[in-house]
Ligand binder design. Structure first.
Ligand SMILES: [Zn+2]
Length: 422
């Protein structure tokens, strides 16, 4: 145990207690406002729907608390408890090549973390989502999804990880710049491939049928000067009753995707307003800004890792015994430790990111109001809040910290100020 252990424990305790305190505030706030529909929604949301949203939020919040206790316990077992050290020693003794041993150690730790998450995920899907009528997945579908994800992560993630480990061992002191370049190019490639190669592995995408809705949408796209590779409907209903619409892909490979659940619950003008909001994100360059911000944060992370990798206290402080390692193994260990512990030190950035995201949501809403009808976006949002059982009464501090979208009441008040007289 060195002084970095103490610093790590303080950071972990701090981030954990802040999140726990916020979650408790949120649950208390939702429970306190369960008995009455907020004034602004008296006309549009029933008491029954409001109370369903409160109960659903409270149950998810309880599961969230258990899940974060499990994650912290696992993190401590892996680091200070010696789990990672054990995995590296085991693979170093089993496999000749230090690169392969490091890769195997990383893979086994990730596998353990994935397995530990499964019970929470099963409970979430088959108990909570089931109880509130959202779950449409079968156990067979669930197992198939989990296996397919695991295979994809192994097939795509392992070669990438191997390349980064090789760069760490072979390129010298500026390895982190190369590793950053590789990771960023790789994630751009993935975003480009996602709509046509990866997403279809999990869902079926059907081009939208000709008709009044498609004409309306094409009219909106033409008005906004937007090119895309098509408008698709996704069979989201095979897993869940939650609805959504999104944009996907990069450059010439952009697609617009509506969940079938959304098409079934909104009318044509509401769907147009929702799409206008999504187009707003694109037109206001939110996608590009987020990509750049992400690239900068990744660069800073890699630079910090480039420095930490030569600091023995970093390994020792987190339960890894450096002297018995070859350079290659210690690089792999540093990468793993950094991925596991950095969020305890950077959690305070979360509210800043959430603030910027909410600002983007207002900008996209304003764009939608000038290219479609604000009142239609409002009615679509109210339906979505109701159908997704999202709470209308989040705790203000909790939502300021976590919400990527403004709370319903604030968002709708902004839209109401933009309704144009007919
Ligand atoms: Zn948005």
């Amino acid at each position: 145990m060195n002084s970095f252990t103490v610093i790590f424990l303080i950071a972990l305790t701090l981030s954990f207690s802040v999140q726990f305190w916020l979650a408790k505030r949120h649950a208390d706030h939702v429970a306190k406002h369960r008995s009455a529909v907020p004034e602004a929604f008296k006309e549009t949301v029933s008491l029954e729907a409001h109370q369903k949203a409160a109960d659903y939020t409270l149950e998810k919040s309880r599961l969230g608390k258990i899940d974060s206790i499990i994650s912290v316990a696992l993190l401590l077992i892996l680091t200070l408890g010696g789990g990672i050290n054990w995995a590296f020693e085991f693979w170093a003794a089993t496999v000749q090549s230090p690169l392969i041993a490091g890769l195997a150690a990383l893979a086994s730790v990730f596998l353990v973390m994935t397995l530990v998450e499964i019970p929470t995920s099963v409970y979430q899907t088959f108990v909570i989502e089931e109880k509130y009528g959202f779950n449409k997945s079968t156990p067979q579908q669930f197992i198939k999804d989990q296996l397919l994800q695991l295979v994809l992560v192994a097939a795509i993630g392992m070669p990438l990880l191997a390349l980064i480990l090789w760069v760490m061992d072979s390129i010298g002191s500026l390895w982190w710049l190369w590793a950053w370049g590789i990771l960023i190019s790789f994630s751009l490639l993935m975003s480009w491939l996602y709509p046509t190669v990866i997403a279809p592995l999990f869902n079926k995408f059907t081009p939208m049928e000709e008709g009044s809705l498609k004409e309306r949408i094409q009219g909106l796209l033409a008005r906004c000067g937007f090119n895309s590779q098509g408008i698709f409907i996704m069979d989201g209903s095979k897993r869940s009753g939650h609805g959504n619409a999104y944009f996907t892909g990069l450059g010439n490979n952009k697609r617009i995707v509506f969940f079938d659940t959304l098409i079934n619950s909104l009318d044509d003008e509401e769907l147009e307003a929702i799409l206008a909001h999504e187009l707003g994100h694109f037109k206001c360059k939110h996608t590009i800004k987020m990509l750049v911000a992400n690239a900068v944060m990744t660069l800073v992370s890699f630079a910090v890792l480039g420095w930490l990798i030569d600091q023995p206290w970093f390994y020792n402080g987190l339960g890894v015994e450096l002297p018995s390692y070859t350079t290659s193994l210690s690089h792999a260990a540093a990468l793993l430790l950094f991925m596991l512990v950095s969020s305890s030190f950077t959690f305070f950035i979360q509210p800043i990111i959430a603030y910027v995201q909410r600002k983007f949501e207002f900008e996209a809403d304003n764009f939608a109001s000038s290219n479609a009808k604000a009142e239609k976006l409002i009615s679509a949002l109210v339906k979505l809040f109701e159908e997704n059982a999202s709470t209308l009464t989040p705790d203000p501090l909790y939502s300021a910290f976590h919400y990527s979208h403004p709370p319903a009441a604030i968002r709708i008040a902004n839209l109401e100020s933009q309704i144009r007289p007919a």
